[in-house]
Design a protein. Structure first.
Length: 118
């Protein structure tokens, strides 16, 4: 399984960015796709996740500003980020967890940098 992320970049506070991440390889139906972010010197934290049936989960810090969605036909997950704040500056990582072979497996994409200036 490979995850390829797109998007990211630099934006001023209040602006918007969209991240996308396409999964390829052996993708099974029981899975979660999501985005994590890592700030310098801190642990990676969950930003948002979405199940195959569309159930979503968000970090409190992004609720109402970020929207996660997915296209199951394309095995792609999107993160629409609106009203960005300087504290959203981080490296964002795409994540896939899926159940196959009686176990959960986890995969990570390369990080993409989001920089929000004040």
């Amino acid at each position: 399984v490979q995850l390829q992320a797109f998007g990211g970049g630099s934006v001023q506070a209040g602006g918007s960015l969209r991240l996308s991440c396409a999964a390829s390889g052996s993708i099974f139906s029981l899975n979660f796709m999501g985005w994590y972010r890592q700030l310098p010197g801190k642990q990676r934290e969950l930003v948002a996740s979405v199940t195959g049936t569309g159930s979503t989960n968000y970090a409190d810090s992004v609720k109402g500003r970020f929207t996660i969605s997915r296209d199951n036909a394309k095995n792609t997950v999107y993160l629409q980020m609106n009203s960005l704040k300087p504290e959203d500056t981080a490296v964002y990582h795409c994540n896939l967890k899926q159940y196959s072979g009686a176990r959960w497996a986890e995969y990570w994409g390369h990080g993409t940098l989001v920089t929000v200036s004040s």
